[in-house]
Write a protein that binds this ligand. Structure first.
Ligand code: ZN
Length: 231
């Protein structure tokens, strides 16, 4: 913990790589734990696939609106302290689609898998308010299918998000992985762009395999971030 504080204080550029464990303290379920979005559901990954969206648009919409939208959720201490550090000297690359990092008016955020509140019509390409999408998945103007701008199973990551993320990893002399088991590709593959001198800290409820010079903090990220001092 002392070591983490020192590493943050001394770093020139801190890149955070985050996942669902950052937002659970804001009341947003993760995907794979016992209380997660996928728990007790068959074919949950298929529900969130491009194929399901195209072929069973109503099923897709019902799954998404029931399981992914938490508009009342607010950023927690992890989001707040990461935003403060990133605004001064860093970047947040998040796998989360909940938009909580952007709620803090921090520009230094890359939403690797998109944002569930960014919704548009796939026929006329017009932006549509997410509130309207939650009422009806068909666009009232043209009848086209509305969808959130997120990466579904079977779809690729936006090229711009990949390029910006690689640049943020290359630039970092401190990488902090928070709240992710770091097993989903291509997100996990970003680490191959780490420079030889960059230090790495991983904070997660279950331990990750890290290198001999890396720091693994196993525990609740909320407790860890509460203790970080920002002068
Ligand atoms: Zn339309």
């Amino acid at each position: 913990m002392m070591e983490l504080q020192q590493l943050i204080d001394q770093a020139n550029f801190v890149t955070f790589m985050t996942g669902a464990g950052v937002s659970t303290a804001s009341g947003i379920p993760d995907y794979r734990s016992q209380t997660g979005v996928y728990a007790g559901k068959q074919n949950a990954e298929y529900q969130l696939s491009h194929d399901n969206f195209v072929n069973h648009p109503q099923d897709f919409w019902e799954f998404v609106k029931t399981n992914l939208y938490f508009p009342e959720a607010e950023p927690n201490v992890i989001h707040q302290k990461m935003a403060d550090i990133a605004q001064r000297k860093g970047m947040i690359i998040t796998q989360n689609v909940d938009g909580l990092d952007k709620k803090l008016q921090n520009e230094n955020v890359i939403e690797f898998h998109g944002n569930i509140y960014d919704t548009y019509c796939t026929k006329c390409q017009q932006p549509v308010a997410w509130q309207q999408y939650l009422q009806n998945y068909q666009h009232e103007n043209c009848g086209g299918l509305i969808r959130p701008h997120v990466v579904l199973y079977g779809e690729g990551i936006a090229e711009q998000a990949v390029q910006q993320s690689v640049a943020a990893v290359v630039k970092a002399d401190l990488l902090i992985i928070v709240g992710t088991s770091f097993q989903v590709y291509p997100f996990a593959g970003l680490l191959q762009y780490r420079t030889p001198n960059a230090r790495l800290v991983a904070i997660n409820k279950t331990p990750l395999e890290v290198g001999i010079n890396d720091v693994m903090i196993t525990g609740d990220a909320v407790d860890v971030f509460r203790q970080i001092n920002l002068d």
